[in-house]
Design a protein around this ligand. Structure first.
Ligand code: ATP
Ligand code: MG
Length: 451
């Protein structure tokens, strides 16, 4: 972001030297020699910071401040005051000035104040764009229930959207907790069958006979314990969608029966010779590599091709860290509401830890982490301390610890911390900034400042 600084001073030599200072810092600098001239400039230029003299003939600095707040409420105003007019400067602070500096000032001093103002503005803008993204994600959530704005997630959402209205079989792949069931429900919701039932079956959880009876139904006495006729899930999902989870776990016998349903819509319930037809759409899911299962002879190749008509592979969460803040915010609200707790969000530090973590259990792990944090939270803001050690980084390895001798000057400490954090992130400045809880810009600047 290119920042614009408006400098107002009736003392033209002072004005000129200030312009020179800030132009060197690659800011866009607009000079004005009176309050009126400043206002004319403000009419045509968006400005982030106004640096103005307090005592000027005509319009005073405080009057100009009031005008700025009306015309560009997000701009910050810094007052320059001569010795002896401190009361006026304090008055200006009450009127909403960001800070003041007494003349004569050192160059470093004025630079630091302007920089801090710019950093504040930058943080606020970042916040605003994050909020806009959240609003976006929420609109998206209302229509899909699926949170995320990363390119990787948007790509799979788009495939799902295109696949939804057809009757084609969809095979959802991806690690545990990436949202396969959520996507299956969403595809059903966007399909022409959305008024029909959505029936989910976990094929991995049950022994073969039971799963066969569960899927296809059974006649009374077909197996031990079948005390009456049993309606199968295929029958129940007629005119709807059946979701076959952990499809890779099906026994060879049930694989054959399923293949036939996919080919002809026909099957026989357990213990029956009567052929039944069903009209249901199949969505299958697995976190196994089915192609490899086929090569190993664990899974029928013909069934694999029948299932694999529209493959959708959900990306793991570590491949889309941009989605972490959106998901975290979503789960925070969800569990705060469920637990009737007042939670105002995450600290910068906590969020940085979440973004940084590798999430082997994907979105489910993130969801569980935030539920736990909300339940245990003692404060209105969730801090890194409220997260499990593995995520908060409490138990870092020794190479990840900085050892700084007592007596090291602060600016040297700052440089070392930045340098070491950059080493830790392998030069990734954005991540380093997140870890340090500062704006990326600040990192660039601090590096440039290095001798
Ligand atoms: N993009 C997302 N937006 C919102 N919630 C999500 C998202 N992805 C996953 N979830 C939530 O995470 C949890 C796990 O998702 P889901 O059960 O769909 O994963 P899965 O891939 O089926 O996992 P498994 O392979 O372990 O069965 C659910 O509570 C789900 O609502
Ligand atoms: Mg699942």
């Amino acid at each position: 972001m290119q920042f614009t600084l408006l400098i107002v001073d009736d003392d033209t030599s002072n004005l000129a030297s200030l312009v020179r200072i800030f132009e060197k810092l690659s800011l866009c600098v607009l000079p004005a020699t009176s309050g009126q001239e400043a206002i004319d400039t403000l009419r045509n230029h968006p400005v982030q910071v106004v640096l103005t003299d307090l005592m000027m003939p005509g319009m005073s600095g405080v009057e100009l401040l009031k005008q700025v707040k009306k015309m560009q409420p997000n701009a910050e105003v810094i007052m320059m005051t001569a010795y002896g007019t401190i009361e006026r400067a304090v008055e200006a602070m009450r009127e909403g000035a960001y800070d003041f500096v007494t003349k004569p000032f050192r160059r470093a001093e004025i630079e630091r104040i302007v920089r801090r103002a710019l950093e504040k503005i930058e943080l606020l803008t970042e916040n605003q764009s994050l909020r806009a993204q959240l609003a976006d994600a929420r609109t998206q959530q209302n229509s899909t229930g699926i949170i995320g704005n990363s390119p990787a997630l948007r790509r799979v959402l788009e495939v799902a959207r295109q696949a939804a209205p057809s009757n084609a079989t969809v095979l959802l792949m991806g690690e545990s907790g990436t949202g396969k069931e959520l996507f299956a429900r969403e595809i059903h919701r966007q399909s022409l069958r959305s008024d029909g039932p959505f029936v989910a079956v976990n094929c991995g959880a049950l022994p073969e006979t039971i799963i066969e009876a569960e899927l296809f139904g059974a006649k009374k006495g077909a197996y031990t314990g079948a005390l009456q006729d049993r309606e199968g899930r295929f029958a129940r999902s007629h005119k709807g969608t059946i979701f076959l989870d952990e499809i890779g776990e099906l026994s060879p016998h049930v694989q054959v029966k399923l293949l036939r349903v996919l080919q002809s819509g026909e099957y026989e319930p357990l213990g029956s010779t009567e052929t039944v037809t069903t009209d249901c759409r199949v969505i299958a899911a697995t976190n196994r590599d089915l192609a490899q299962a086929v090569r190993q002879g664990d899974f029928r190749e013909d069934l694999y091709y029948r299932l694999n008509v529209i493959p959708i592979t959900l990306p793991p969460l570590r491949a889309r860290p941009d989605d972490v803040p959106l998901l975290a915010d979503h789960f925070l609200r969800l569990y705060a509401q469920k637990n009737q707790k007042q939670i105002n969000g995450l600290t910068h530090n906590a969020l940085a830890r979440l973004v940084d973590y590798s999430w082997p259990g994907n979105v489910r792990e993130l969801e569980n982490t935030l539920e736990r944090a909300v339940v245990l939270a003692q404060h209105e803001q969730i801090d890194a301390f409220d997260l499990p050690d593995s995520i908060s980084g409490e138990s870092r390895s020794e190479e990840d610890v900085l050892n700084i001798p007592i007596g090291t000057p602060l600016d040297e400490i700052e440089r070392r911390v930045i340098r070491e954090t950059l080493r830790f992130t392998e030069g990734d400045k954005k991540r380093a900034a997140q870890l340090l809880g500062i704006a990326t810009r600040t990192i660039y600047r601090k590096i440039d400042e290095r001798p």
